[in-house]
Ligand binder design. Structure first.
Ligand code: RM4
Ligand code: MN
Ligand code: MN
Length: 431
């Protein structure tokens, strides 16, 4: 299948499924109308919702114990772009790919831009990588990159980030996401304050090198690979960095990067309040950085996060412009199917959050009616919005049910024939 053939994938489900959908949608629209909600408004909102796809999620991830690759996985940036275009084609909600450098190092920029044009996709935030040593790298990041006590290592890490910005400029990115693995395994290994100061100083250089219309996202994570103290371990550290860098530095919330039972919607609310919510890495997690499919474990929490986002949107909170991205590792599911399921899940969570009656909620909060306030949220959450998001996709020429459409398309079997497995050394493990 050539790159341009993605567009020709037939999407018709059988006519019985179409008829069922029409019935389900008009029934839902009628029910929503009775509660004062306009289905058309929610469809328009879903049409606005866009999420970026992570280039590193199209091949099977794996754990440190092993990796079980599937057939037909992409072996090059072009093939990742093809898969990304397919996900967008079936969901109408994922028009951009987020690159990870050096995993997606570009050899021929004109080729990449040609492919992107033909496939109808763009590029989102670029991601740096100083959490691994690359072949032929001069100095090691074993003891940290931006926090390293050795100035030469810090210089090398800064140079890498400047390079990532250059790559991003070529493809039209408008942001760089920085996740640092820096930290220590044992008390005494590093200075807790000194390491943070060094990270801030390095980030200042990176920030200063960005074009004026770019943003820098700092991503926190409590542990792993560092098991005693991670330098940017929590949203507070991330916020301090963003605040000290400047207006175009903001915090990125990866939903898996919190200790179990953290109230993530509260973190989101705090960052929104500070004008520092930059974006998301959507996924779900049972324990920590599990990178499971968004909404698979705690769908209500995902809805509550979207509720904070929709509130901010409606209130036109100054500077509110979150970059939505997915960051998942697909160990068991077909990566394309998992991404299709995720975009669908995000569209649903967003649509449900749009159904919340904010006036009613505010009135119950003001009068202290705990029961009715909670019921107001739950009513939106309990609404089965699947026909609504299916209709939103259908009107954009995408699929009623993206996963079923993908299975019916024969895309995976075709790719399995076209893309013989890469040698093990070329296989990337998601971290
Ligand atoms: C990290 C973090 C980053 C991602 C890497 C691959 O755990 O989530 O966002 O770029 O994994
Ligand atoms: Mn992430
Ligand atoms: Mn992660």
């Amino acid at each position: 299948m050539a790159a341009s053939d993605v567009a020709s994938i037939a999407l018709e489900l059988d006519s019985a499924a179409e008829r069922d959908h029409e019935r389900d949608f008009s029934e839902l629209a009628g029910r929503l109308e009775r509660t004062g909600c306009d289905a058309e408004e929610v469809i328009a909102a879903v049409h606005h919702f866009e999420v970026a796809l992570p280039s590193w999620a199209f091949a099977t991830g794996g754990t440190r114990f092993g990796r079980f690759p599937g057939a037909g996985e992409p072996r090059s940036l072009r093939e990742k772009m093809e898969d990304a275009a397919l996900v967008h084609r079936l969901t109408a909600g994922a028009p951009r790919l987020s690159l990870h450098i050096p995993w997606d190092e570009i050899r021929d920029i004109n080729e990449v831009l040609d492919d992107a044009r033909r496939l109808g996709i763009g590029f989102d935030a670029v991601n740096s990588n100083t959490f691994q040593d690359q072949p032929n790298q001069r100095l090691s990041y074993k003891l940290g990159s931006f926090s390293n006590p050795d100035a030469a290592v810090r210089r090398q890490a800064i140079e890498h980030h400047l390079h990532v910005i250059e790559v991003g400029k070529l493809v039209g990115s408008k942001a760089i996401s920085v996740w640092l693995a820096d930290g220590s395994d044992f008390p005494g290994q590093m200075s807790l304050r000194g390491s943070f100061d060094r990270v801030r100083e390095c980030l200042q250089e990176v920030y200063a090198a960005m074009p004026d219309d770019w943003r820098l996202f700092t991503e926190h994570k409590p542990y792993e690979p560092s098991f005693y103290a991670t330098v940017v371990q929590d949203w507070g550290s991330s916020l301090l960095l963003a605040q000290s860098l400047g207006d175009r530095a903001q915090c990125l919330v990866d939903l898996g990067h919190h200790l179990p039972s953290t109230n993530i919607e509260l973190v989101v609310a705090r960052l929104l309040g500070a004008g520092k919510l930059g974006g998301f890495h959507f996924n779900d997690s049972m324990y920590g950085d599990d990178d499971l499919t968004a909404g698979s474990i705690r769908p209500y929490a995902l809805f509550l996060i979207f509720h904070e986002l929709v509130l901010a949107e409606r209130e036109r909170l100054p500077g509110f412009d979150p970059a939505y991205m997915i960051d998942q590792s697909h160990n068991l599911k077909d990566p394309i199917e998992a991404l299709l399921q995720t975009v669908d899940q995000l569209q649903q969570s967003y649509a449900k959050a749009c159904l919340v009656d904010h006036d009613e909620l505010a009135a119950h909060q003001a009068s202290g009616d705990v029961m009715m306030a909670e019921r107001t949220l739950k009513r939106a959450y309990d609404t089965d919005v699947r026909p609504l998001v299916a209709e939103a996709r259908r009107r954009r020429g995408a699929a009623l049910d993206p996963v079923l459409a993908f299975r019916a398309s024969g895309y995976r079997a075709q790719k399995a024939a076209e893309r013989p497995a890469a040698p093990p050394s070329a296989a990337r493990t998601h971290l």
